[in-house]
Write a protein that binds this ligand. Structure first.
Ligand SMILES: O=C(O)C(=O)C[C@@H](O)CO
Ligand SMILES: [Mg+2]
Length: 390
């Protein structure tokens, strides 16, 4: 089998978008003086799709959510020539070819995200060519179903947050993740507001539900060191990305500070990046996203390293490329799930652009044993609401 064509498209959402409210999620821009729409660069209102065609008529589908126009340019200009006329079953060779020939500029960030989109499409072809779901190629079912946690609860009015938390309980979720609205610049008052929001959600969900706390890199080390002891009483399952992804020693320090596990990795790349985080005991939960970290070829290597360190892998975001790895990995106890919603931060945009993602039932999702590949296709129903760039 040979790859005959690579088609990339950028889909930019032009439909209805829920405007961001102030302090809905702390983030890395918060420490700068200009706080107007500081989350702007972290919203996902566009996507790159990668369709890889073969001489057998199979088409594999992958995607990238970071800087879509740049991801498309990288794939078109640099990666496509490297994989044309090649056998998709040589996936490791192709990954190394893409990784090594873009090494000067592509090791982390958008270069690796572009490689990820191509790699995911290649794995989709492997599944379709063998007539098996990708999780079967990765080792098969390690769990009956995948437990997942509802991930939204942006900082709003506390009553509203409580109503939202209750709705996840009503749907049967046994775990959920909430966002902090405040950080170092908001002083003691913001600190109290952060604690109030955790208390409010805990009050609704009780002790028997896992609660995850997301900082999205909006704190700094000093602030996190003051917050962590105060958060212990709420027994969070983890505190996520308290500081910038590059402050690895900060993660190390925070991970040893209290009983609260520190999670991270959604802004880390390749097995080399995670080797460093795990060796240093910087994180207690691995949260790569397959469509950033280097695709399935890199993610499965990270899973093996994490298993050896006894650190759970709970990828960032739901989505098929992550679900298939989680299903096939004993070290992955659960998945993140973004509730279907109007387009807001952009995590929901996935459901407008693709179809095939499983819907959770009672807090669990399942994958189809009889659906070859990743089981995802483009959802053409909303195409008229996108600006599509070929
Ligand atoms: O779901 C997460 O872990 C994220 O970081 C999502 C991001 O969109 C910020 O909430
Ligand atoms: Mg996160």
């Amino acid at each position: 089998m040979k790859i005959t064509n690579v088609r990339t498209r950028v889909f930019e959402w032009k439909g209805h978008t829920v405007p961001p409210t102030a302090n809905f999620c702390s983030n890395a821009m918060d420490e700068l003086w200009d706080k107007s729409d500081s989350m702007g660069t972290f919203r996902f209102h566009g996507w790159t799709t990668v369709e890889i065609e073969t001489d057998t008529g199979l088409v594999g589908l992958g995607n990238v959510a970071l800087a879509p126009r740049i991801a498309k340019a990288i794939i078109d200009q640099y990666l496509t020539p490297l994989i044309l006329n090649q056998d998709p079953f040589d996936y490791e060779y192709l990954w190394q070819r893409m990784y090594r020939s873009t090494h000067a500029w592509g090791r982390k960030g958008i270069g690796m995200a572009a490689i990820s989109g191509v790699d995911i499409a290649i794995w989709d072809i492997l599944g379709k060519a063998t007539g098996k779901p990708v999780f079967k190629l990765l080792g098969g079912r390690t769990k009956d179903k995948i437990p997942c946690y509802a991930s939204k609860l942006y900082r709003t009015d506390l009553n509203e947050m409580q109503r939202e938390a209750q709705s996840y309980l009503d749907q049967g979720f046994k775990a959920m993740k909430m966002r902090f609205g405040y950080g170092p610049k908001d002083g003691p008052e913001g600190m109290r507001k952060n604690l109030d929001s955790v208390a409010a959600v805990r009050e609704v969900i009780g002790e028997d539900i896992d609660l995850m706390l997301e900082c999205y890199m909006g704190w700094n080390l000093e602030y996190a060191k003051r917050m962590l002891p105060r958060l212990e009483t709420y027994q969070p399952r983890w505190l996520e990305e308290p500081v910038l992804a590059d402050d690895i020693d900060g993660y190390v320090e925070l991970n040893q500070l209290t009983s609260i596990p520190i999670s991270g990795g959604e802004h880390e790349f390749t097995h080399y990046g995670f080797k460093q985080l795990l060796e240093k005991r910087a994180i207690s939960v691995v949260q790569y996203d397959t469509n950033r970290v280097g695709g399935i070829t890199a993610a499965r290597k990270i899973n093996a390293i994490a298993e050896a360190y006894s650190v759970p892998v709970i990828p960032h975001a739901g989505q098929m490329h992550n679900y298939h790895l989680t299903m096939a990995t004993l070290a992955s106890p659960m998945s993140e799930y973004f509730p279907v919603h109007d387009v807001e931060i952009g995590n929901e945009l996935f459901y407008y652009l693709f179809e095939g993602d499983p819907e959770p039932v009672n807090g669990f999702i399942d994958l189809d044993d009889n659906k070859p590949g990743l089981g995802l296709s483009l959802n053409t129903r909303y195409f008229d609401q996108f600006n599509i760039i070929e």
